[in-house]
Design a protein around this ligand. Structure first.
Ligand code: NDP
Length: 318
């Protein structure tokens, strides 16, 4: 994938009909799942077609309304994709309170990625105090929340991240017990040191060689919430697991999940995440690209780890 696979297309701002609202998008969320939508083949969601607008979560402001449910100035969470304006009947639009919380947090720690961490960890991981939780892509939007939630549950939180700067942040700022830099080599030995009692939960964000290194270190009856495998989204030759036998040896439960299929858990997750965030116990950081024209570069960079925290694109000022 390269930037030339993307094209900016200009068109008129749509006319608003009865019952509709026009939203000016302020922030666009860039997420790894978008790469999957660019492939044909079996998946949990339909692939985009060439020339479709790229999908994506957005935060925007209502600039024109012919709907009784929204007024000009309302801030809304929507799914307008990679575009500056969106037209909607209101279904699927969620009003966001303009309180003390930064708006972009609703695309990150208080939005889909934070909820993903909560759902995967609690529903599949079922953490218990004293257990060891390992999470890959630990400084990222999902991983950073996983480790902090694991600490709240009384677990040992061990991150895996690319580079010393990210690892220092994960330990010093986010409060993980340890973080292993997979780019520094000796991942197996360093993971053994960071998780000396073995691994009870592997919150899997990356897949490939990192998952393969984790597998033999799993404790009996370990759980793997399979959230994603970002290391494999943009490669021609998929990585073949060598330590598949660990699933039987350690009687491991592995379950893939898609956060959008667990809407029943969102209210509880969002409430707990908001409480933790407002009390200062849930920290996060963002990488913000400026302007829609820079979205492809930021997206491709994110799939190589060039982001540091939740990747967003700022589209306009409020
Ligand atoms: P992040 O903010 O974590 O960004 C992606 C990170 O992945 C990069 O920063 C990089 O971190 C890491 N990465 C990229 N390539 C590699 C590689 N080859 N090897 C190791 N690490 C790599 O993204 P998100 O938090 O948004 O997403 C994390 C995972 O969660 C993804 O797999 C995503 O698909 C999944 N997800 C799943 C959902 C679900 O419902 N199942 C919902 C949302 C996300 P580093 O520099 O540390 O390597």
């Amino acid at each position: 994938m390269q930037e030339s696979n993307f094209k900016i297309v200009e068109s008129d701002i749509p006319q608003v009909s009865d019952g509709e609202v026009l939203v000016k998008n302020l922030y666009l969320s860039l997420d790894p799942y978008m790469r999957g939508r660019m492939n044909e083949g079996k998946s949990y969601a339909e692939a985009m077609r060439i020339s479709d607008v790229m999908v994506g979560g957005t935060i925007g402001v209502v600039v024109e309304s012919k709907s009784p449910d929204f007024k000009v100035g309302d801030i809304v969470l929507g799914y307008f994709g990679w575009q500056l304006y969106g037209l909607s009947h209101g279904r699927g639009l969620l009003k966001i309170p303009t309180s003390d919380v930064s708006l972009s947090a609703y695309l990150g720690v208080l939005g889909m990625p934070g909820t993903t961490a909560w759902v995967g960890l609690n529903m599949i991981g079922e953490p218990k105090a004293g257990e060891t939780v390992v999470v890959s892509a630990a400084s990222g939007a999902v991983g950073s929340v996983v480790g902090q939630l694991a600490k709240e549950k009384g677990c040992r939180a061990v991150g895996i991240a690319g580079g010393k700067v990210k690892c220092d942040y994960v330990v010093d700022e986010l409060g993980f017990d340890a973080c292993v830099d997979y780019k520094a080599g000796n991942l197996k030995e360093n993971l053994l040191k960071a998780a000396p009692n073995g691994i009870d939960i592997d919150f899997e964000n990356v897949g490939g060689e990192i998952l393969d290194t984790v597998l033999p270190q799993l404790n009996p009856h370990a759980r793997i919430p399979l959230c994603g495998f970002v290391s494999q989204y943009n490669v021609d030759q998929p990585y073949a697991l060598r330590h598949f036998d660990a699933f039987l040896i350690s009687r491991v439960k592995l379950q893939g999940f898609i956060v959008g299929e667990h809407m029943d858990l969102w209210p509880q997750a969002n409430k707990e995440l908001a409480q933790l965030y407002k009390s200062g116990r849930l920290k996060y950081r963002e990488s913000i690209a400026e302007g829609l024209e820079n979205a492809p570069k930021a997206f491709i960079g994110m799939l190589k780890g060039e982001n540091f925290g939740k990747q967003l694109v700022k589209l306009a000022d409020l």
